[in-house]
Design a protein around this ligand. Structure first.
Ligand SMILES: Cc1cc2nc3c(=O)[nH]c(=O)nc-3n(C[C@H](O)[C@H](O)[C@H](O)COP(=O)(O)OP(=O)(O)OC[C@H]3O[C@@H](n4cnc5c(N)ncnc54)[C@H](O)[C@@H]3O)c2cc1C
Length: 387
């Protein structure tokens, strides 16, 4: 379809990637975000090869390689610091055709913003409603502004307000059962090698370190806790020292070295897979359409896959905008549902929902040569649109 104008609500990684893809398809694109300054929530993410391939397709391959960490190996330790398994990720990279990149969120957002146009995201624009008729769709903002286009992409995140418009009812986010602390620390050899993803597992908890650009590690620490457990940044260090008491020296060093005021604490939620993503000229994209536990590191990657598939249907089919959006929904919803369900299952397994199964997994890790872990990751990557 020619000469379309797309209005995108939300300048997270989903909205920005969609904006870049639709621009490249020749469309007029406007992106609106409610914040006055774009600052991504969270420290870093692992962008698996399916997400990286979308960026390659959009001409951003060199840029992501520049800001991505070099993750050549993966190592699991138990809580005492005994090595359970350690293997090269080369077979995975060779199978899927692209290395994954752990990346600081601010670096990723800056890269996407530069590709879209730093001054071209319209800030202080909180969308409160949408309307549509046979020819157009209109976003309505809190200050009364109205912006009309051929379609609206609702990339307004896991707390999306446009989701209710599309579904006709609200949905509850469900607590997955654990709290995740994450942040960045300077890389150093007493924490982990700079080319490995290192994980410590035990007592249904996890501590993880991954390299990102700028000689830093992205760390996270997971602890199963009741929802709403009291906590403040001032007490993070003491709390974590308690949760990880007796764990290996590197975990103790990490807890001492993290900056509590720059550490994020997130109660992990997801949303049961949705059957509907589209209403006429309005499409959900990214976390607005599928909120997943981060246990596969796939939420952002799925948003990028959404962006590619949405822009492909708009550019290659020409019955109508609503028809292209329905094709997008049909192509994406089972894929994203699969990721959400698998991530939830994996979270249950690693975080002790059934303690016997978690114990069995700890035992299996001692005999793992990497092939089962890499096969599972490859399966997820290769089920994407760029396989
Ligand atoms: C602890 C944790 C670890 C994760 N790790 C990974 C990982 O390793 N790999 C991975 O791929 N994914 C990971 N994810 C998931 C990833 O962060 C999300 O899937 C991704 O950020 C979703 O992008 P999005 O653009 O859909 O939403 P968001 O990034 O949430 O962006 C939504 C944007 O919409 C704006 N907005 C919201 N409401 C409105 C409104 N009404 N009007 C205007 N603007 C609005 C917001 O300000 C925001 O800028 C992780 C998530 C968590 C919580």
């Amino acid at each position: 379809m020619d000469n379309l104008k797309a209005v995108i609500i939300g300048a997270g990684m989903g909205g920005l990637t969609t904006g870049i893809a639709l621009r490249q398809a020749g469309y007029a694109v406007e992106i609106y975000d409610r914040v006055s300054e774009l600052r991504p929530a969270g420290a870093a993410i692992s962008l698996w090869s399916n997400g990286v391939k979308v960026l390659n397709r959009l001409g951003l391959g060199k840029d992501i390689a520049r800001i991505g960490g070099q993750m050549d190996r993966m190592t699991y330790y138990n809580s005492a610091g005994e090595k359970l398994t350690d293997f090269s990720l080369s077979p995975l990279i060779e199978t899927v055709g692209q290395r994954p990149y752990p990346v600081a969120r601010t670096d990723l957002q800056q890269m996407l913003l530069e590709a879209f146009g730093v001054d071209q995201v319209q800030l202080n624009s909180k969308c409160v409603a949408v309307e549509q008729d046979a020819d157009s769709a209109t976003a309505i903002f809190a200050d009364g502004r109205r912006v009309t286009g051929d379609l609206i992409v609702a990339a307004d995140g896991t707390h999306s307000i446009l989701r209710e418009y599309v579904l006709g009812h609200s949905v509850e986010r469900q607590y997955v059962g654990y709290v995740n602390w994450n942040g960045l620390v300077p890389a150093s050899a007493d924490l982990a090698p700079q080319n490995s993803w290192v994980l410590y597992v035990g007592e249904h908890k996890r501590a993880s370190l991954m390299p990102v650009a700028g000689d830093r590690f992205y760390f996270f620490l997971d602890v199963p806790l009741p929802k709403g457990s009291p906590s403040t940044p001032e007490t993070y260090r003491e709390e974590l020292a308690g949760h990880f008491q007796g764990w290996a020296p590197a975990v103790q060093t990490l807890i001492q070295r993290l900056d509590p005021l720059k550490t994020n604490r997130v109660e992990i939620h997801d949303i049961e897979p949705l059957q509907t993503w589209v209403k006429g000229r309005v499409a959900l994209l990214g976390d607005a359409g599928h909120s997943t536990a981060p246990d596969l590191g796939q939420g952002g990657c799925q948003a990028m896959e959404d962006a590619l598939v949405l822009s492909n249907y708009l550019a290659t089919t020409n019955l109508s905008v609503a028809d292209a959006l329905k094709r997008y929904e049909a192509a994406r919803k089972d894929r994203a549902a699969d990721v959400v369900l698998k991530a939830h299952k994996r979270s249950d397994m690693t975080h002790g929902k059934d303690p016997e199964k978690t114990q069995q997994w700890y035992e299996e890790l001692k005999f793992e040569d990497g092939s089962n872990i890499m096969q599972a990751i490859c399966n997820t990557i290769l089920a994407g649109p760029l396989n």
